[in-house]
Write a protein that binds this ligand. Structure first.
Ligand code: BGC
Length: 414
């Protein structure tokens, strides 16, 4: 028996990207600098999206998308401390106009991992006491200049993965590691010699210091944005991991502690200054679980149904939620269609559970620079040939298109 599940009216369907992962040509950010030093794969021209965004949005429109999430590159807008580049503001205004003329609702992320070199080299969020104010000034500038073309802004993408990879695992700038981390099986993607220099107990303090500074930065940015444009929807992007366990009380306790630190710790500091939450879902971790899962190209468990539990974790905040990212690295497109279908069914389930979910943005529209993995992992609905810049729509994108266009998903009860 077939059943058609219908989503609420005006539901947002689309895909997401981030500036330095797709634009190309950004040389003045900390990731580009680290790549030049041999600590990360080179970024180069990525998908050349900076020049090809109109064509990419034509493709998104042809795939039935009515929303799109992207980020602003801080290093473009504020290339030197306190100097804002109006030409780059104009670029992002053109991006927003291009979305609007295609009937695609924009969602802006103000900062997605990469920092201007002047900011990271002068201490960044770890050492500069005025970091929250600096971030708030940049955020207010972006909101003031772009807020007439976009209603939805998020300040920070995924504070927890940012500090975990930068100050604990040492895989992202500034490559700081906790001692003994290798013993618990974390792969080092970085130049080992350089990474070794950054191992130390002080990085445990650095981790919590940066997390705390990011909370202050978000809160300051929220106030600064509301001052210039009170009507904007201002949120945070949260990477939510679905921790669950078997019936064993010890495992239950582990799941509870991890859930608190990874999912609630940061949110509890900013919850009075958010209008909405963007949820990024990739992982679950079941304590005491012996099951063997199929793996994505990242080596992560294939467990899309966990998105329902992840959404329910946010119940206590009582805010509108956008799925700002969920997706799979699957170069051959072997499991992406089914993965998307299960994600969407999970979101529908969460809506039945009472969660106020307003939209779903697949990660990612395009294959892109997958952080420390460079171009080797492919999340895109659209395949990119990084030599010719040829775009090819993957079959799974058409399965998603049907969901976007009908605002429904059909399930077969067999
Ligand atoms: C990040 C993206 C990244 C994706 C896949 C998310 O946590 O926001 O930048 O590409 O995960 O790893």
């Amino acid at each position: 028996m077939k059943e058609t599940l219908r989503f609420p009216a005006k539901f947002f369907w689309g895909a997401a990207t981030s500036s330095f992962q797709v634009e190309g040509g950004i040389e003045n950010c900390d990731w580009a600098e680290a790549a030049r030093e041999g600590k990360l794969p080179l970024i180069g021209s990525a998908c050349d999206h900076y020049n090809r965004f109109e064509h990419d949005f034509d493709l998104a429109q042809s795939l039935g998308h009515n929303s799109h999430r992207f980020s602003i590159e801080w290093a473009r807008i504020e290339p030197e401390e306190g100097r804002f580049d109006e030409k780059e503001i104009e670029h992002y205004r053109n991006v927003l106009q291009a979305l609007r003329t295609r009937g695609i609702e924009p969602f802006i992320t103000i900062w997605h991992f990469s920092l201007p070199i002047w900011f990271s080299e002068s201490g960044g969020f770890e050492k500069r006491k005025d970091a929250p104010e600096i971030f708030a000034r940049y955020s207010a500038h972006v909101a003031e200049k772009l807020g007439d073309l976009c209603d939805h802004f998020s300040t920070i993408n995924e504070p927890l993965p940012y500090v975990s990879n930068g100050w604990r695992r040492g895989t992202w700038p500034p490559f700081k590691k906790w001692p003994l981390i290798d013993l618990i099986g974390v792969a080092a993607y970085t130049n080992v010699e350089k990474a070794k220099e950054n191992i130390g107990f002080k990085n445990i303090f650095g981790y919590f210091k940066v997390l705390h500074a990011l909370g202050k930065a978000h809160n300051a940015a929220y106030d600064a944005i509301k001052k210039v444009r009170p009507s904007l929807d201002v949120g945070i992007i949260s990477h939510v991991i679905y921790f669950h366990s078997n019936a064993n009380p010890i495992n239950k306790l582990f799941a509870k502690i991890m859930n608190w630190h990874f999912n609630h710790h940061f949110l509890s500091h900013v919850q009075t200054k958010i209008d909405s939450i963007g949820l990024n879902y990739y992982f679950h971790r079941k304590f005491g679980d012996k099951a063997v899962y199929d793996k994505t190209d990242m080596g992560w468990d294939v467990y899309p149904e966990g998105i329902r539990g992840a959404l329910n974790i946010l119940k206590r905040y009582n805010k509108p939620i956008y799925i700002s990212e969920a997706g799979i690295a699957d170069a051959t497109d072997r499991i992406r269609s089914e993965y998307i279908r299960k994600l969407v069914i999970g979101v529908y389930g969460a809506i039945q559970d009472g969660m106020n979910v307003k939209g779903f943005m697949y990660w990612s529209l395009l294959d892109n620079y997958e952080l420390a993995h460079g171009y080797s992992k492919r999340f895109g609905l659209i395949h990119i040939d990084f030599i010719t810049q040829q775009r090819t729509i993957r079959p799974s994108a058409f399965v998603y298109k049907n969901i976007c266009e009908t605002n429904t998903i059909e399930i077969d009860h067999g």
